[in-house]
Ligand binder design. Structure first.
Ligand code: CA
Length: 748
């Protein structure tokens, strides 16, 4: 009842104030509550910064339970499993020390401020306050020292081949090569550090040896320790920039902070974040719910990272992570399309289409430079996950009207990727395409793992290519294979169990078969999770199962089946399994991506109130604004974008269809600031804490009885009014015509 006391006028006028960058940081290998780190960065910024608690090279770079900070790290890590590249760190101390264990300082979250545009921490062992304020490619670091004759700045360029040179009494340059794959031989992150206080002590560090007679270190693990005397409270500001291209370009990138005071960089960052986060104004409900919402929106606008720079002529250029050359044009990276095609890219298409236009140009460049679109990029092609979902990324953007890039080259790219596999990175293109094209599925028994997952995603991807081809006016003959293969999900459906199941080359289904077995024919999930991966044709799936009643029963079963599992494929309980087991939601595994659209499928089966029930359960039980705020890997905006969409009251089950399945709005009022000055207002009447069910709704004053919204309508702006109640309305959204898009229905 507290809720009723919160006035509706409590408004997120400064959205960034609601963001906690620590959500999801209380994670470990065996259990992920997000596997995030506090990214101190601009939206889609080239360089992120993060306090580093973990050892050099540890993907768990910042963990909430840690006691000590080893450095303030420039990072480009998309996920602990993929790990980092282009990384180095800086730490102020009051001792001449370098070793990462010896220099680490105790800290407390109570003496830590972690905002997107600003980070501050008290390094207790040195009595130093350290602050960071980033720009896109540079940052200012401000250290408040105690009185000390031995005030120091440690620069650690990490191992694997690095270089540090003390240029003069205020400048250090260096490069780091430490990476985790996905880079050419010549990969380097060139950095420059400028101090506003002259060094009176300098030393370089060569593989652990501190040498105060030398000014250059070029070895496996290079670093520097520089310093001066300070009086108590004296502030020293470092201006830091880096480049993947050259030291000269790093110097150009340093202009982002040139002549600007620390507080000015902070204000600028704060304004930028408010502009981006403010595209959605959420109102009402309590502060915690606004915190969860805006923390999710913050995570939705970090990746894919801008990997381009602006040269001295003002041209957009990038270091190609596939060829090692400097090329013209935009480039973005650090995302896995297997995760982010689902709702992260659709969120960009709705709210930030100007960014996705640049990202699409980046895809054109990636294809031209490497011969393939990426599926998992960091920064070059990485072998990770399955599917060919770049087709969805390309199709959804174009079909939603994003323009200004070379779509014909992308058409060539998606057609090529559907009929080829990258020679060295088997997750780019389509592994098993020869089988798939011949049989309509990737067989279970031909040595290609996760074959049903691949088949289901390829079929959806084929539908995406078909839709894109139609929009581009491609000839029926060229489109025919894609149109036909879009139905290939049928090939791995087992009528006996009514589940997707591995299928052998001879047409027989895999034996033995356990619907609870994770991996094997599936990717980080089991048959209960993957059977729903028919994004483009739920009605076809309903038909295969034997009608809506059976379909609903199967959906219900996901929650009703106890959280039993078979982990034998992995040989141990992977964290995604554990995250399912402990949530008290049966076999529903929201902590991983394959099932994240499943709840919305009740909209196709005339039971939209079950969408409303379960979406609200998932939002309230599986997300919060605390360090354990996610229920599994956040995964570069995908799991966050699910929440952002769900809070709006709709979700893009099938990117490429132009539709959103309707769920249940979370806030009494939400205003979306869309391109061309259009405004979409989403009202929800009732006490939303108790009233999760849609009694009725109107769109621009007209009664709206469908279970879906059209993108084309939303971007015109207007008012959606949801009338909420505490019990299901079993009369609304039950007509056949209320169901959202299904491909096979359009073919009848
Ligand atoms: Ca995942």
């Amino acid at each position: 009842m507290l809720m009723a006391l919160i006035p509706l006028g409590v408004s997120a006028t400064e959205p960034v104030d609601y963001v906690s960058t620590l959500v999801g940081t209380q994670s470990k290998h065996s259990l992920s509550t997000g596997n995030t780190y506090p990214a101190i960065a601009m939206p889609w910024g080239m360089n992120f910064w993060s306090p580093q608690t973990g050892k050099m090279g540890d993907g768990w770079a910042y963990t909430y339970d840690a006691d000590k900070i080893r450095g303030l790290k420039q990072t480009h890590q998309p996920s602990p499993w993929i790990n980092d590249y282009g990384q180095f760190c800086i730490l102020p101390t009051t001792r001449t020390v370098f070793n990462e264990d010896e220099r680490a300082s105790w800290f407390s979250h109570k003496a830590e401020t972690a905002r997107p545009y600003y980070y501050k921490v008290y390094l207790a062992d040195y009595d130093i306050v350290a602050e960071v304020a980033p720009t896109e490619r540079a940052a200012e670091l401000r250290f408040t020292y105690p009185e000390s004759n031995e005030s120091r700045i440690v620069v650690d360029a990490f191992d694997g081949g690095s270089y540090v040179r003390i240029v003069d009494d205020r400048h250090i340059v260096g490069y780091t090569t430490k990476n985790s794959g996905g880079v050419p031989e010549n990969f380097r992150n060139y950095f420059i550090i400028e101090s506003d206080k002259p060094f009176t002590f300098t030393a370089v560090v060569k593989d652990g040896q501190i040498d105060d007679a030398a000014t250059l270190a070029e070895c496996n693990h290079a670093g520097a320790v520089v310093g001066f005397q300070t009086r108590r409270g004296e502030q020293v500001t470092l201006r830091v920039a880096s480049s993947f291209i050259s030291h000269e370009q790093a110097l150009l990138n340093l202009k982002e902070v040139e002549g600007k005071a620390f507080d000015q960089i902070c204000r600028q960052g704060r304004d930028r974040w408010n502009e981006i986060l403010g595209r959605i104004e959420a109102k009402g409900r309590d502060t915690d719910q606004l915190r969860t919402f805006y923390s999710c929106l913050y995570r939705s606008v970090l990746f894919p990272r801008a990997f381009y720079e602006v040269n001295e002529k003002g041209e957009v250029v990038h270091y190609s992570p596939t060829t090692g050359e400097v090329c013209q044009g935009y480039y973005f990276t650090d995302t896995g399309f297997w995760d982010t095609f689902r709702s992260l890219f659709p969120l960009l298409n709705l709210l930030y289409p100007e960014m996705n236009a640049k990202m699409q140009e980046g895809l054109v460049n990636c294809y031209k430079e490497s011969g393939f679109l990426p599926e998992w990029a960091s920064p070059g092609h990485r072998g990770c996950m399955v599917g060919n979902n770049s087709a969805s990324i390309v199709a959804d953007a174009y079909l939603k009207g994003i323009r200004g890039y070379d779509i014909e080259t992308l058409w060539e790219a998606v057609v090529h990727g559907a009929n080829a596999v990258h020679p060295t990175v088997s997750s780019s293109g389509r592994l098993g395409y020869e089988y798939y094209n011949r049989l309509g599925y990737v067989p279970y028994n031909v040595g290609i793992n996760e074959n049903v997952a691949r088949t289901l995603e390829y079929a959806y991807d084929d539908w995406c290519i078909y839709q894109l081809g139609l929009a581009l006016g491609k000839k029926a003959k060229e489109l025919k294979p894609f149109k036909e293969r879009a139905m290939n999900y049928q090939k791995v459906f087992d009528p006996e169990t009514k589940l997707m199941r591995g299928r052998n080359e001879d047409g027989t289904f895999q034996r033995p078969f356990s619907p609870l077995k994770w991996g094997d024919a599936f990717t980080e999930g089991n048959a209960w999770h993957y059977t729903w991966s028919v994004f483009h044709d739920p009605d076809g799936l309903i038909g295969l199962m034997g009608g809506k009643d059976v379909f609903v029963q199967m959906l219900d079963s996901v929650f009703n089946v106890p959280p039993l599992f078979d982990e034998s494929y992995y040989g141990s309980v992977i964290h995604e399994i554990r995250e399912m087991q402990i949530m008290n939601m049966g076999n529903y595994a929201h902590g991983n991506q394959p099932i994240q659209h499943m709840i919305y499928l009740y909209d196709w089966a005339a039971q939209p109130w079950k969408v409303q029930y379960w979406v609200r359960e998932a939002m309230d039980r599986l997300y919060n604004s605390q360090p354990d705020g996610y229920c599994g890997d956040e995964d570069n905006g995908q799991t966050s974008a699910w929440y952002v969409f769900s809070a709006m009251g709709f979700y893009p089950v099938c990117p490429g269809s132009g539709q959103y399945a309707i769920g249940t709005p979370y806030f009494p009022e939400m205003t979306l600031h869309l391109p061309q000055g259009k405004i979409l207002t989403i009202h929800a009447s009732g006490n939303l804490a108790d009233d999760r069910f849609v009694a009725r709704m109107t769109f621009n004053g007209e009664t709206y009885d469908r279970n879906y919204l059209e993108h084309a309508d939303l971007v015109q702006g207007g008012i959606i009014d949801y009338h909420m109640q505490s019990t299901p309305n079993r009369e609304r959204g039950i007509r056949e015509s209320a169901a959202p898009y299904s491909f096979s229905k359009t073919q009848k």
